[in-house]
Write a protein that binds this ligand. Structure first.
Ligand code: WQD
Length: 336
């Protein structure tokens, strides 16, 4: 299929573009580089030997969307583009609602105009809020505690209403748990600007001496070692889940993309140290506002209906993450 990937130069988007190309799909990328770098395009070409058609711009730009759909016979869309920092969304809610909702509405309107009704949406386990029990199934109650998560929930509602109004739409909502790691060569990876909010990007920077010490946000949760538990999933497994979603369209479907295993902060630190032979100094500090104790998926539905199962282990995720930061440091040094 010829697939438009919005946010295709981002962390998850670029890994998904590669997996789509490996699976012989044709890819068109739309990205505004607000949270990604231009050099990702070259990295995709190096990895896959292919140069997807690229458009620079914002998904809100309906004229640009029209130009893409008029010149490319787009058969499906995977929509990653959107702001995704929880903390920033609390400080700047209007920016998040405008960007994430308007871009999606404009995209869906143009798709409808060009009779392209195959849509995969990048959602998040954050829509489950603080789950009453574990593992989490797709029919669990939904609630959010920050504007970022609420934009995901609102877009899911928009998609449900669209599907009700026109059942000829094929819409697959993918709820990601905690994506980490990167493809095996260390060329593509997660490279947030500034001080990372998320755990793994922080750990790799402490291990590489860029940051002095990891702050563990609380060790008094009701979990085995008191630190937060999450379902870490290798980003390549996540990317492969999108290819499966594209190949199994069937009306409106919702899937958890997780491993089904919960690991604590200290599990991740200890595994990272073991597989990479490094030390990650840490200190226990107070809980981070808005954090939940534990969250991990029941991935059965995706296994049964998409034929998809996460295969990479926590060791793989830790090894690949460290490889990326080492290679990236070498690349940056060679550019100086
Ligand atoms: C994981 C665990 C922290 C950093 C967020 C978003 C979610 C999704 C993934 C977009 C928690 C602990 C973290 C640190 C720490 N993003 N931690 N020290 O919060 O589960 O999910 O990212 O879709 O929507 O909410 O991920 O990596 O920030 O935290 O102790 O420096 O690590 O308390 O237990 P989170 P995270």
């Amino acid at each position: 299929m010829k697939v438009l990937v919005t946010g295709g130069c981002g962390y998850i988007g670029s890994h998904t573009v590669c997996e789509l190309l490996y699976a012989n799909h044709e890819v068109v990328i739309l990205d505004d580089f607000s949270n990604s770098k231009k050099d990702v395009l070259q990295k995709i070409e190096t990895l896959t030997g292919q140069k997807p058609r690229f458009y620079e711009g914002k998904v809100q730009d309906k004229a640009l969307l029209k130009e893409i759909f008029e010149s490319q016979k787009i058969e499906a869309v995977i929509h990653f583009a959107g702001y995704k920092a929880v903390g920033e969304s609390v400080e700047k809610p209007l920016m998040y609602y405008e960007n994430n909702l308007e871009s999606t509405l404009h995209l869906l309107e143009i798709m409808q105009e060009f009779s392209c009704k195959n849509f995969v949406f990048s959602s998040s386990a954050t829509v489950y809020g603080s789950p009453k029990s574990l593992p989490i199934k797709e029919d669990f109650p939904l609630s959010t505690t920050n504007p970022y998560g609420t934009t995901k929930l609102m877009i899911e509602q928009i998609l449900k209403d669209l599907s009700k109004s026109d059942p000829t739409w094929n819409i697959t909502i993918l709820r990601y748990f905690n994506p980490i790691g990167n493809e095996k060569t260390g060329l593509l990876g997660e490279n947030p600007q500034g001080i990372p909010n998320n755990l793994m990007p922080y750990i790799v920077r402490v291990a590489n001496g860029i940051l002095p010490c990891l702050s563990v946000f609380g060790d008094d949760y009701g979990t085995p070692d008191g630190t937060g538990v999450r379902d870490y999933i290798h980003v390549v497994d996540l990317a492969k889940g999108h290819v499966k979603a594209l190949e199994h369209f069937s009306g409106l479907r919702i899937y958890n993309l997780g491993t089904g295993h919960g690991y604590s902060v200290l599990d991740l630190v200890k595994t990272f140290e073991k597989v990479n032979g490094v030390k990650v100094p840490y200190k226990i500090v107070e809980r981070r506002k808005g954090d939940i104790a534990a969250c991990y998926a029941d991935p059965t539905k995706a296994q049964q209906e998409l034929g998809w199962t996460a295969e990479e282990t926590l060791e793989d995720m830790c090894r690949d993450s460290y490889q990326y930061i080492i290679q990236e440091a070498k690349r940056e040094k060679s550019l100086k």
